[in-house]
Design a protein around this ligand. Structure first.
Ligand code: HEC
Length: 105
């Protein structure tokens, strides 16, 4: 019984080695270098918004919701609901950057 166990464990480890050789466990994640628009307070946006999600997520989700002062609602939603540690001063700067560069109004 012991022998059988050792034998099957050996067989198991051999099959793991084989699997590794074939790169079955290798995952290539896509890397997307999102180009943010240049503008005043871009750095404040980057420092305060990108710690939790990517620009792609922000602009993808926000698409089609560009009503009046939509960014103000979004930024304060992040602070009030998701506890983003952003001061009021920075929040206003971020809103300005987003309104100037990412709104179709
Ligand atoms: C503390 C982490 C955190 C920070 C910092 C943060 N967010 Fe978010 N954000 C979230 C979470 C959590 C969600 C909701 C994810 C979900 O619903 O799956 C979200 C969702 C969003 C959405 C989609 C909202 C929707 O209506 O679906 C937008 C747009 C967004 N964030 C923009 C921003 C902007 C702009 C900033 C900078 C002011 C920011 N976020 C900073 C955590 C954060």
């Amino acid at each position: 019984m012991k022998k059988l166990l050792i034998l099957s464990l050996t067989a198991l480890s051999i099959s793991f080695v084989k699997a590794e050789e074939k790169d079955i466990y290798k995952i290539d994640l896509p890397y997307y270098n999102w180009q943010m628009k240049e503008g005043k307070y871009k750095d404040v946006f980057e420092q305060n918004c990108l710690m939790c999600h990517s620009p792609g997520y922000i602009f993808g989700q926000a698409k089609g919701k560009s009503g009046k002062d939509m960014w103000r609602t979004v930024v304060y939603q992040m602070i009030d609901e998701f506890k983003a540690p952003i001061s009021k001063e920075n929040a206003e700067k971020i809103i300005q950057y987003l309104n100037e560069n990412y709104t179709n109004k």
